[in-house]
Structures are given as structure tokens and as C-alpha cells.
Design a binder for this molecule. Structure first.
Ligand code: ADP
Ligand code: ZN
Ligand code: ZN
Length: 740
């Protein structure tokens, strides 16, 4: 095995990475991102470098005799900046994109804070050139320049001390960028007010008396601490008291002088959740979330780096909190899709957290009531430690009773409405008893797409290949790019006046509820009603205070909220999320159904759940109805094994997008041909083909899938594809990215 090593990423602008042999005794330590000592130059003096990639073979122009060997891998004592930098390097290797893009996700958010008086400030002159310059810097391996440019992605002004001390930028680099007109250097004072943790986040410090853990919880907490394996899965049913286990773990970690990061899906990051941490740890706790200003976030990260804050709570970006002595990372509800970033690098927070845990020497705890098939598989194999919580922590709370309704039978019986007869009856019952109902449509953005009923043509967005959707304001909206237009009077294709919306959007459900249950008070929650800053909180508050009898909504309504008065949950069409073209469709559906069921009967009254479906015998539906994770897992694994989908192999997509339709298509075909010809490791390519949503924001999108047996092969194939794409794309304006 060989390593690509960049010599001293902090100080020098080296021209290129150098290839070194990895001696057998360093195999385990010499991972991507690791700092290494290597002999360099004529005298083979030892210099510090970083591994930015591994390779099984030598580059063609290098012979075995001329390759030097890595001397050593320093084990500890790397600074937090280096740890995060190493993380960026590994994320780039895993998810593609440029090192610049990874660095700007991992590093810079805290850089605009000005802790002391500054002698000078560096201003960004023009951000037009920023991206292109950074590409150039990356190509030329000018890492210092790259770091600085990455820092400017989030900040227009950087204090001099940050630029020199923390980013380690030399005067020469600054000067050259200044000469290019990218930067300005001024010695003016720049005052920004940076508020500390505010009351809104519950900055009070009254310490709560802790609950005594029950037997299961105690075994889990003690087990995780004693565990040699780095990653633990805390598999506990809803209400089993996972949070109490987290609190106990954090307490131990703090007592050892280390710090903890707690990741929570943004939507579940409620005042109540955060309060439980404040109550236990007071002002050692801080929170970051997406509504926070850049400055506030920076301030909190800086407090973390200085050790004043020692527990950071937040959505996925909190993973990059610059704790120097990180002891523990917790990911609550780790199966949530919001943990997968939608921007390059499209990282999976669970994987990135494992990388950070390795680099920082911390433990990682993954908590969920519905673990992903991939993580559970690793637990089965013993790679991950497994701890179970099978009992609800509060006496009496029972799992709801679930009934599956076959919608085909409803149709046969002449019921064409979206509510089965059973569901109607149950809703009426709840209205009479003054209890609340939640109606759940398990697919985001699925609302009436408009098409012509004469010729069948959909009314597509002119910029994207999706049908636009009719909103109550009488306008057509594109849910991808936001384009809006008045609903035309007649079909642009055939002139017919018979235009109509199909499908079952949440708006339509709301209308139907009003029609079927006059007098019932209805609230709706979806991407359209939660646009404002606190839109979704307001709706949830209202529902909590019983200002409505029925809450209609998408996935948002089933994520982690407790409504004691809800005794009925209706899933309107379980199939909607099953028909998505994704190998994880069954898994996602199972998780959503279990979550939806979990919303019913959280108080002292028993709950009930009605699942409507056209596929009543599908295993995701039946297993969810029986609260049977193992049943689901066994069935799903057979499918994954047959198809060689993860965890039985890797599955990755290369997408190529460009404004020129012909060129994009031609180029992806070239890439695929070259890849099939040149790549030697075992890999299966599928495609290329047009993506299911082919055109987005005037860009045409082609996709090439590939499957490999091992992650190492996947990383190798990805790197080769990057190389091949680079050659095939040349100077064309085409863009690649990798997805899973
Ligand atoms: P989960 O995160 O697993 O869904 P929570 O941690 O939110 O569960 O706990 C559910 C409820 O049980 C909470 O109201 C919590 O205060 C309570 N609880 C948890 N552990 C205990 C315990 N050991 N003793 C008493 N109550 C507990
Ligand atoms: Zn028509
Ligand atoms: Zn559009």
C-alpha cells in the first residue's frame, strides 16, 4: 500500500503530493488524513506531512526503488485544527468534491470572531473569482491559499490573528492574493456585537436532580463506557429513555475532562429537548441551529474551543465543533435522512462522525428506535457494540394498536375518497370524545401535479422536468426551483380547457377533512405552511394547546413530538414512500410508519393507528404494524443480498449535469466507456441514463451508478472516475458529484 503525502499542509505551498510506501507496521495508523513524518529532499530530513489519499499501486512514472517509506505516524497531540483538517481530507476522499469544499464545511465557521484587539483585518475584495481561484489553488496544491479562500466562503472579513496564527497563512500568500485583487488588507478596527447564549435557548443554570436510571438504562450506560469498540448502537424503543442514558454518559465524559457533541435532527431540536441538557449541565451547554446568525454560531464555537462550553447540541453541522478534547459524539435518531448533506461534499453525518471519533479518539453513540439496516448489520457482525432498551421508561405507556386497511377493498366497495370507512369512523369517535387525530401523508412535496386531462401532457416547469403544482392562490408552483406562474386557462399543447390537479396533496387532504367533518378544527403542516422563521413551531404549539382537532401533514408531523391528547394516527397512503425509486424505499417507509405509530397514545390513554395501503401484504407495512424490527430486517436483508445493495456492497451514483443537453449526454457516455475500460477492481456499472428528474434549474442531469463489494474498492473507483471525468470534461462547463 502507498500513501499520497502532502508535506506540511499548513506552511508551505507545495506543488504536488508525494508518494510514500506504507511499512507493514504502520498499516493501521497510516489512514487518510493522518499526520505523518516522512523523509524529504536530498538529505532525507524528516518533515511533517499529511496523507491525503491511499493507493494500491505506484503511479506509472515511479519505480519501486525510488519510493521512500513513511517514517512514523505521531499518535497524539495533534491540535484541534489539525484534527478537523484531517477530517476534511477524509471527507473529500470519501464523498468527492474538492478539498476546498470539504474544508469550508469543516473548518471556517468560527473564523470571524475577534477575541482580542487586532492589528489588521483582511477583507474579501470580490467573491466572483473565489471559486475559480480555489479550484486553481487545489489543482496546484496550494493548500495555504486554499484554506484562506475556504475561510472566506463564510466570512467577508477575517482578523489578522486568525489568518496568521490559526490558518497559518504566510505574508507572501496574502500579498499574492492582494495583488490579484481578491483581498484587501486594512488596519481598521471592526466591531461586531456577538451575543452569548441567549435566554431563548434557556440559558439558565438551575441544575436538575437526575433520575435514577432503570436497570436497562444503567446496563447500557455502563456498557458503552466500558466498551472497547469505538461505536455503540443504542437501540431503544420510543420512550425507553435514551436521553437519560445520553445525559449519564456525558456526565462521565465531562468528569474525565473531555467534551461531548450531541447531534439531533433540526426538526426535533425543540426547547424541551435542549432544556433537559441545560437542566443537567447548566452553562456548560451550548446550542447551534440553522436559525442562528453566523456571528452567534462563531461565538459559540469559539467558547467551545476555549473550553467554556463543553457540551454542544445541534444538527449535523455541530459535528464540527472545535473541541480540543472530544470524548463523546452522540447522534440521536441517527437514521434520519436529514443527516445526509445535500450539498457537496454530500456527507453522511454518521460516517463523518465515525471519522471524527477516530481522529479525535472519541466514542460514538448512535441512538434510534429504528436503526438503519446498514448499522444494524454491522452490530450483528460485532463491528459495533449493541445495547438495547426494550421497555418504556414511564409505566403504563403502551404501544398503539395498528390496523391495516386495504384500499383496494375500499375501491371495490365504491369508496373513492381518501378516507377509508374505518378511518372515518375512528375520526368521528375522536371528535366526539374531544381527542386529537393526526393525518399523515408520507411523502414530501407530493401535492397535486397539474396535467391536461385531454392529451395527458403534464404542465412542466420550464426550467425543470417536473409537473408544476397548483396552489390555492391559483398559481402553479415548481417545487424544485420555486418558479411560479398563473394557471393557464387552456392546455398549451392541445388547447383543451380540461386542466386538473391529480394526486393527494396535503392541501387537498385539508379540504377533504373540512368536507367530511364539518366543524372539526384543522391545522396543516408541510413545507408550504412552515416557510416563516418559526412556522412549524407555531403550528405545533397550537396543536399542543388543542387549538385544533386534526393535524394534517407530511413527515414533519411525525418526528419526535409528544402530543398527549393524540389517540389516533391515520397514515393515508403507506405506498407513497414505497414507490420511490431508491433501494432504501422500504426501509424509509418502515421507519416512517413506526414513527407515525409512535405518535399515538403518548399520554395515559391507549392509542390507535390506521395504515391505509394498496399493498397490505408488503413486509415494510406488516412489520411496522407488528412493531417488528427483526422481521423487517430479515426480509430486507434478503433483498439487499440478492441485489448486492448496502450493506452487502456499496452503491454510488456519479451525476453529471450541464446546461448543454447533447454535450452532457455525450460526455457521460465517454466517461462510462473509459471507466469500463480502465478500472480493474471488481465493479459493476449501471447506465448511464437520465436521472428520474432529468432537468433541474435548466441543467440536464445524467447518472452512472456503480456497485462494488468493498468500501476500499468504492473509494478507488470514485477516484478513478474523478480522474476520468476530469479528462473527458476538459474545459466544458459540466459538473460532477457523487451521491448515494
Ligand atoms: P426516548 O428518547 O428513548 O424516546 P426519553 O429519554 O425522552 O425517551 O424518555 C421518555 C420519558 O421517560 C421521559 O419523560 C423521561 O423523563 C422518562 N424517563 C426516562 N428515564 C427515566 C427513569 N430512569 N426514571 C423515570 N423516568 C424516566
Ligand atoms: Zn392537452
Ligand atoms: Zn423549476
Amino acid at each position: 500500500m502507498y500513501a499520497e503525502v502532502v508535506i506540511d499542509i499548513r506552511n508551505k505551498e507545495v506543488d504536488r503530493p508525494f508518494t510514500y510506501r506504507i511499512p507493514a507496521h504502520l498499516r493501521d495508523l497510516a489512514v487518510t488524513g493522518a499526520p505523518v513524518m516522512v523523509p524529504f529532499g536530498k538529505g532525507s530530513r524528516l518533515r511533517q506531512g499529511y496523507i491525503i489519499g491511499l493507493r494500491p499501486d505506484l503511479p506509472e512514472n515511479l519505480s519501486e526503488e525510488r519510493v521512500k517509506e513513511i517514517d512514523s505516524v505521531p499518535e497524539r497531540g495533534i491540535s484541534v485544527q489539525e484534527q478537523l483538517q484531517a477530517l476534511a481530507i477524509r471527507m473529500r476522499e470519501r464523498y468527492g468534491g474538492t478539498l476546498y469544499q470539504s474544508l469550508s464545511v469543516v473548518l471556517p465557521s468560527k473564523l470571524s470572531v475577534t477575541p482580542k484587539r487586532e492589528r489588521y483585518f483582511v477583507f474579501l475584495g470580490s467573491d466572483e473569482k473565489l471559486y475559480e481561484l480555489s479550484l486553481e489553488a487545489e489543482r496546484k496544491k496550494h493548500y495555504a491559499k486554499l484554506r484562506l479562500l475556504a475561510a472566506f466562503k463564510d466570512n467577508r472579513v477575517l482578523p489578522g490573528s486568525i489568518v496568521t496564527d490559526r490558518l497559518n497563512i504566510s505574508a507572501a500568500t496574502l500579498k499574492s492574493l492582494q495583488n490579484q485583487g481578491v483581498l484587501e488588507i486594512r488596519s481598521k478596527e471592526n466591531k461586531t456585537d456577538l451575543p452569548l447564549i441567549t435566554d431563548e435557548d434557556g440559558g439558565n443554570t438551575s441544575l436538575q436532580k437526575q433520575k435514577t436510571l432503570n436497570e436497562e438504562q444503567r446496563l447500557a450506560a455502563e456498557g458503552i463506557l466500558a466498551e472497547k469498540r469505538r461505536v455503540s448502537l443504542l437501540f431503544g424503543i420510543t420512550g425507553s429513555g435514551k436521553t437519560e442514558v445520553y445525559l449519564s454518559l456525558i456526565e462521565k465524559v465531562l468528569a474525565e475532562g473531555k467534551e461531548a457533541i450531541v447531534l439531533i435532527p433540526e426538526i426535533a431540536l425543540t426547547y424541551q429537548t435542549v432544556m433537559r441538557f441545560y437542566e443537567r449541565f447548566g452553562s456548560l451547554v451550548s446550542v447551534v441551529h440553522s436559525r442562528l446568525s453566523k456571528g452567534d454560531k462563531c461565538e459559540r464555537f469559539l467558547l467551545a474551543e476555549q473550553g467554556q462550553v463543553r457540551v454542544m447540541i445541534g444538527p449535523r453541522s455541530a459535528l464540527f465543533t472545535p473541541f480540543k478534547n472530544l470524548g463523546l459524539i452522540i447522534i440521536d435518531e441517527f437514521h434520519e435522512t436529514s443527516y445526509i448533506s445535500e450539498q457537496v461534499p454530500k456527507y453522511d453525518t454518521v460516517e463523518a462522525a465515525e471519522m471524527r471519533a477516530e481522529i479525535s479518539g472519541a466514542k460514538l453513540v448512535l441512538g434510534s428506535a429504528t436503526p438503519t439496516v446498514s448499522v444494524y448489520y454491522r452490530a450483528q457482525k460485532g463491528e459495533i457494540a449493541l445495547f438495547r432498551l426494550n421497555k418504556r421508561a414511564v409505566e403504563g405507556a403502551e404501544l398503539p394498536q395498528v390496523t391495516i386497511v386495504d384500499l383496494r377493498e375500499e375501491l371495490q366497495a365504491g369508496n373513492r375518497s381518501m378516507f377509508s370507512r374505518l378511518l372515518q369512523e375512528k375520526i368521528r369517535e375522536r371528535l366526539q370524545k374531544n381527542e386529537q387525530t393526526m393525518l399523515f401523508l408520507n411523502r414530501r412535496g407530493y401535492s397535486g401535479a397539474v396535467s391536461c386531462r385531454s392529451c395527458g401532457e403534464p404542465l412542466n416547469c420550464p426550467h425543470c422536468s417536473v409537473a408544476m403544482k397548483l396552489h390555492r392562490d391559483g398559481r402553479l408552483h415548481c417545487h424544485i426551483c420555486g418558479y411560479e406562474v398563473m394557471m393557464p386557462k387552456s392546455c398549451p399543447q392541445c388547447g383543451s380547457g380540461l386542466l386538473g390537479a391529480f394526486g393527494t396533496g396535503t392541501e387537498k387532504v385539508e379540504d377533504m377533512v373540512k368536507e367530511f367533518f364539518p366543524g372539526a378544527r384543522v391545522l396543516r403542516m408541510d413545507a408550504d405552511t412552515t416557510g416563516g422563521k418559526d412556522g412549524h413551531r407555531e403550528i405545533l404549539e397550537k396543536f399542543m394547546h388543542h387549538e385544533a382537532d386534526i393535524l394534517v401533514g407530511t413527515q414533519m408531523i411525525v418526528k419526535g413530538h409528544d402530543f398527549p391528547n393524540v389517540t389516533l394516527v391515520g397514515v393515508l397512503a403507506a405506498d407513497l414512500s414505497l414507490s420511490v425509486p431508491d433501494y432504501r424505499a422500504s426501509e424509509r417507509t418502515f421507519q416512517l410508519l413506526l414513527q407515525a405509530e409512535g405518535r399515538a397514545g403518548r399520554g395515559d390513554r391507549p392509542g390507535e393507528c390506521i395504515v391505509q395501503t394498496y399493498l397490505p401484504e408488503h413486509y415494510a407495512v406488516t412489520a411496522a404494524a407488528n412493531h417488528d424490527f427483526y422481521g423487517f430486517y430479515r426480509h430486507e436483508m434478503i433483498f439487499r443480498q440478492q441485489m448486492i445493495y448496502p450493506p452487502c456492497g456499496t452503491f454510488t451514483a456519479l451525476t453529471l449535469s450541464g446546461a448543454d443537453e447533447k454535450k452532457t449526454e455525450k460526455t457521460i457516455q465517454e466517461i462510462a466507456e473509459e471507466a469500463r475500460r480502465r478500472i480493474q477492481v471488481p465493479v459493476r456499472f449501471l447506465g448511464p441514463s437520465e436521472m428520474s428528474i432529468y432537468k433541474v434549474k435548466d441543467m440536464y442531469r445524467q447518472i452512472l451508478y456503480f456497485k462494488t463489494k468493498t468500501t476500499d474498492d468504492m473509494i478507488y473507483v470514485k477516484r478513478m472516475l474523478e480522474e476520468i471525468s476530469g479528462e473527458c470534461i476538459g474545459t466544458e462547463r459540466l459538473f460532477i458529484s457523487f451521491d448515494r
